[in-house]
Design a protein around this ligand. Structure first.
Ligand SMILES: NC(=O)c1ccc[n+]([C@@H]2O[C@H](COP(=O)([O-])OP(=O)(O)OC[C@H]3O[C@@H](n4cnc5c(N)ncnc54)[C@H](O)[C@@H]3O)[C@@H](O)[C@H]2O)c1
Length: 251
């Protein structure tokens, strides 16, 4: 098992998408995991189901955009497991609207969850990782960090671009402490939210833009996280891995 003895936090890991697939992948590889999510009941349900399968897991309610909740998540993790080796900043919010209809409130919500949340969680785990002289952080960006998407995602695209910049700074500051930081830029990963906000044919069109003519399964993105947090990626830091199967060619 690649992650035996390690402890990993995955934010927003109680949904049906990449977060839960990731927390399950880390647990399967031997890590003790924190199922962190703003949705308290689902965080408990996912952590209980992992425990029932024999894995070490705790569920913690945490809105990543609230510093006191992030601090408390880190404290509870240390109380339960005594160390933190892995942080996956997966939480995001998206509201579809053209620039002229995007309210300040919606802009702030998206920025606060995506960018400030990534900053808060990273800031909160770094002292522990620095004292351990090791750590691996993965931030969930998006191909929207690169695409001038005309479908009404000005705040989301800006936030995901911000995450790629923050990833490089985390890598630069972390290197002296043996802490690596990388990001993943998925293309389309179909889920009930996307099926609700986009007409079926629009979603199909987006999936058809990939070379495989389909979206990714959450597990396919989780596998990239697994690689990035494992020792196999010991010389990989500061990069954004394009996980869109040719939907977009990153610079
Ligand atoms: N689904 C896609 O097509 C796609 C494409 C590119 C990038 N991404 C990125 O991948 C990540 C995961 O997306 P997903 O669609 O697989 O969903 P997911 O299932 O991984 O995450 C949804 C969860 O986020 C939680 N959440 C929402 N706001 C939160 C907050 N403030 N604090 C903590 N948790 C919060 C929700 O309660 C829900 O359980 C996101 O960062 C997203 O931007 C997704």
């Amino acid at each position: 098992m690649k992650l035996a003895g390690k402890v990993g936090i995955v934010t927003a890991s109680a949904g049906v998408g990449i977060g839960q697939a990731t927390v399950r992948a880390l647990a399967r590889e031997g890590a003790s995991v924190v199922v962190s999510d703003v949705h308290e009941r689902r965080a408990k349900e996912v952590s209980e189901s992992l425990k029932a399968e024999g894995y070490k897991a705790i569920g913690i309610v945490c809105d990543v955009s609230k510093w006191d909740q992030v601090e408390s998540m880190v404290k509870q993790t240390l109380d339960a497991f005594g160390r933190i080796d892995i942080l996956v900043n997966n939480a995001a919010r998206e509201i579809i609207a053209p620039i002229v209809d995007t309210t300040e409130e919606n802009w702030d919500l998206i920025m606060n969850v995506c960018v400030k949340g990534t900053f808060f969680c990273t800031k909160a785990v770094l002292p522990t990782m620095i004292s351990q002289k090791s750590g691996a952080i993965v931030n969930m960006a998006s191909v929207d960090a690169y695409i001038g998407n005309p479908i009404g995602e000005c705040a989301y695209c800006s936030a995901k671009a911000g995450i790629t910049g923050f990833t490089r700074v985390t890598a630069a500051e972390g290197a002296q402490h043996n802490i690596r930081a990388n990001a993943i830029a998925p293309g389309v990963v179909p889920n009930p939210y996307l099926e609700k906000v986009y007409p079926k044919e629009v979603l199909q069109e987006m999936e058809n833009m990939s070379l495989f003519k389909r979206g990714a399964r959450p597990e396919e993105i989780a596998n990239i996280v697994l690689f990035l947090v494992s020792d196999e990626a010991s010389y990989v830091t500061g990069v954004v891995i394009n996980a869109s199967a040719g939907l977009y060619w990153s610079p």
